[in-house]
Design a protein around this ligand. Structure first.
Ligand code: FMN
Length: 307
């Protein structure tokens, strides 16, 4: 009997639906799947109020999650495979997922192969770096990363994602695509579950190699690399200033939140246009470096999850 633990957090259902689709082929005799949804105290409400949405940026970016909620899992339990379903919040792993790593239950990852499944609008590079560090610190062995991005181009997501966050609705609006991950992408996840099922004997091998790498598990939208690289340091600076002004809900840090919103409103359109023009040029000039970088986002860091 192989034991699989699915640890996840999901608000709109994107992550939950992705995990359901991916694990469908694993629902077979000889495999036991345990599902555990993580949460935090206090909880983050969905749909969001705009104030609360922006107020959680400083903690997400600086890695200061709230308390983890009890999750009914014995930290001493052992699994053959852990599938971690999570989402990006402000270029960082979401706060409830960060909270999980402060709980004693994160100990279940020690010495176990971990498959990461991300849902996000489009920018996941910085967040994945953060997740690699969290899993490595917990002693897990992160070997694969499956990424699902929202439907529509990068510009559409800037309108559809906030609409989904604030209204909880994902249906198609005027000229825009529906919000969130498309059903077509969800259907395509079966191939990963199939592969995991076929390779069950390799899950616990002493020197685990990636299992899904040849199945194109993660698209890196090159058009979003430039905006992400430019916005990340700005976000970190504003997050640190906000933290100096007070904790979550503090009135003193409201002006910083407003500055952050204004920064996004002004810089994002500029960055999108600049990136649309420059990405093809930079892509050619730095073709070799870009390919190495993109490969690196999938590779197993030698320091990750030493057994
Ligand atoms: C507070 C917050 C911040 C977000 N920040 C990002 C981001 O920086 N980059 C990104 O690509 N998506 C971002 N998103 C979008 C989510 O990652 C995306 O909607 C994901 O599909 C949510 O999955 P879920 O509804 O199952 O929780 C953010 C969403 C929220 C709620």
């Amino acid at each position: 009997m192989k034991r699989v633990l699915v640890v996840y957090y999901s608000q709109s259902g994107d992550v939950r639906n992705a995990l359901e689709a991916l694990t469908a082929p694993l629902r077979a005799p000889g495999v036991e799947i345990c599902w555990r949804q993580v949460d935090s105290v206090p909880r983050y409400s969905f749909p969001w109020r705009a104030v609360e949405f922006f107020d959680c940026m400083p903690e997400a970016v600086t890695g200061r999650p709230p308390e983890p909620a009890p999750m009914g899992l014995d930290p001493r339990e052992r699994f053959d495979l852990v599938i971690l379903g999570w989402q990006v919040w402000f270029l960082s792993p979401s706060l409830p997922m960060q909270a999980f790593f402060t709980a004693p239950q994160a100990e279940v990852l020690r010495g176990t192969r971990v498959i990461s499944v991300i849902c996000c609008r489009q920018m996941w590079q910085r967040a994945y770096g953060g997740m690699r560090r969290l899993v490595a610190r917990a002693g897990g062995v992160l070997t694969d990363n499956v990424v699902l991005t929202h439907q529509g181009g990068s510009s559409a997501g800037y309108l559809t994602a906030p609409w989904l966050m604030i209204t909880g609705r994902r249906e198609k609006l005027a000229f825009l695509p529906a919000a969130g991950v498309s059903s077509g992408e969800l259907q395509g996840l079966e191939r990963f579950g199939q592969r995991l099922r076929e390779t069950a004997d390799l899950w616990a091998e002493p020197r685990p190699a990636p299992l899904l790498a040849d199945l194109a598990p993660a698209k890196v939208p090159t058009a979003s690399l430039l905006p992400e690289t430019a916005i990340a340091p700005l976000m970190v600076a504003l997050a640190r200033i906000a933290r100096l002004c007070g904790g979550p809900g503090s009135v003193l840090r409201k002006p910083v939140a407003l500055l952050f919103v204004l920064t996004l409103v002004v810089t994002l359109p500029v960055l999108l246009v600049t990136s649309a023009v420059l990405t093809p040029v930079l892509g050619r000039v730095f073709a070799g470096r870009l390919t190495r970088y993109l490969r690196g986002t999938q590779a197993l860091d030698p320091q990750d999850g030493c057994r």
